[in-house]
Design a protein around this ligand. Structure first.
Ligand SMILES: Nc1nc2c(ncn2[C@@H]2O[C@H](COP(=O)(O)OP(=O)(O)OP(=O)(O)O)[C@@H](O)[C@H]2O)c(=O)[nH]1
Ligand SMILES: [Mg+2]
Length: 389
């Protein structure tokens, strides 16, 4: 009997132990199950990497924000928009005329570097003469200036070359002093005619000026007087759209004078203040083309406005040839001022001195790039400062 009881107790004990073991196993399986479901595939990157890769700063390949800082960015969580590297809209620092002169400045001023600290002697004078000619001041202007500077050096008993360079600087300032860079607007409307050889920057200059004058409050009309190519009118039209001005064009091959005449009449009728008239680029030594220009001007004068400026556009990179162009154009149309373009890409700023001293025509505007803002008034003091910087 006792044996039977013992067997029953052993069986019950075994059953209880088996039940407990089964219950424990079930609990562990439940605990492990969710983790098994979210486990990444074997080739997936670690979790931090997955989160990082969803951060917007990675989309454009820009560097990620440093979230280790204590500042506001440091509190950001992955995926939070605040960690995006947003570009900060800081107003651009406008470079000065001197800085923008770029090559024109460095060409001459680096040559002067080799002359500083020397004594006044024939060798130094010759090097200076060469530097001036290289900078496109031209032989006659260089000779005339150096003659005056040498005389003063002797009279004032200057023995170091730095002193001589100071006198040259004064000489240049005197040459450029009193340059009248004003552009006459009175004319109801005033007409400014742009002339010059091919590709010097006439149309671009008109675009830049159209913007400048519109911003200053003038009502401007652009006249597509370059009827030689259809693309020329289209180029001017694009500038008119950018600057928000009126625009008049004719058919390809139309008489340029009549297009400008129409533009002036249109400007007068619509109360515009200023007509900027483009013309086709032409070779200064082709007399028929120069005669055509004289006619364009006469026809423009017959309209309701008045031609108050004829601006000859010269490319600074063409050097002394610019002087030859200026001579020829002046003979056909009464040039009132020069626009010297591409001075940003030239080591030959001295052409300014040559033009003013040999022809007496003021350089009124300077082009320093292709952008709409890249046109500045010629500032003789800054120009000379830049050459000697
Ligand atoms: N770097 C630089 N480029 C300029 C400047 N002015 C004009 N250009 C460029 O010179 C090229 C010729 O300019 P345009 O305005 O078409 O010259 P254009 O005198 O009207 O030419 P044509 O109508 O063909 O006679 C263009 O690529 C302009 O962007 C300047 O001041 N600096
Ligand atoms: Mg043009």
């Amino acid at each position: 009997m006792n044996l039977v009881l013992l067997i029953i107790l052993v069986v019950i004990g075994l059953l209880l132990a088996a039940g407990a073991a089964f219950a424990l196993r079930g609990r562990r399986t439940r605990e492990l199950a969710p983790a098994a479901k979210t486990a990444p595939p074997a080739d997936a990157p670690p979790l931090e990497k997955q989160l990082d890769s969803t951060s917007p700063s990675d989309v454009d390949g820009s560097p990620k924000a440093d979230t280790s800082d204590d500042g506001p960015v440091g509190d950001a969580q992955p995926g939070d928009a605040s960690i995006v590297d947003e570009p900060v809209d800081e107003p651009p620092i406008k470079p000065t005329f001197r800085e923008r002169l770029g090559k024109a400045r460095t060409g001459f001023s680096s040559a002067l570097g080799g002359l500083r600290g020397r004594k006044v002697d024939e060798e130094a004078w010759e090097e200076l003469e060469e530097a001036l000619i290289r900078a496109d001041v031209g032989v006659p202007t260089t000779m005339a200036m150096l003659e005056r500077v040498r005389a003063r050096t002797r009279d004032e008993k200057v023995t170091d070359f730095d002193g001589a360079l100071m006198l040259l600087r004064q000489e240049m300032e005197t040459q450029l002093e009193g340059t009248d860079i004003s552009l006459t607007q009175a004319g109801d409307p005033a007409v400014w005619l742009f002339v010059g050889v091919n590709g010097v920057g006439k149309t671009t200059t008109i675009g830049k000026l159209a913007n400048r004058e519109t911003v200053a409050g003038s009502k401007v009309v652009l006249a597509a007087g370059d009827t030689f190519r259809a693309a020329a009118a289209e180029q001017l039209e694009t500038w008119a759209e950018r600057a928000g001005t009126g625009f008049i064009r004719g058919a390809e091959g139309a008489d340029p004078g009549s297009v400008i005449f129409d533009a002036v009449e249109h400007a007068a009728a619509s109360g515009a203040d200023l007509v900027l008239a483009d013309t086709a680029g032409r070779l200064h030594n082709k007399s028929n083309l120069m005669e055509e220009l004289a006619k364009v001007r006469r026809v423009a004068e017959k309209a309701s406005g008045q031609v108050t400026e004829v601006l000859l556009v010269i490319d600074a990179t063409t050097g002394q040839n610019g002087l030859a162009q200026a001579k020829q154009f002046t003979e056909s149309v009464d040039v009132t001022g020069i626009v010297l373009t591409k001075l940003d890409g030239s080591a030959k700023g001295g052409i300014v001195l040559a033009i003013q001293s040999e022809l007496g025509i003021p350089v009124k505007l300077v082009g320093l790039g292709e952008g709409i803002e890249d046109l500045v008034e010629f500032d003789s003091t800054e120009f000379v400062d830049a050459l000697f910087a």
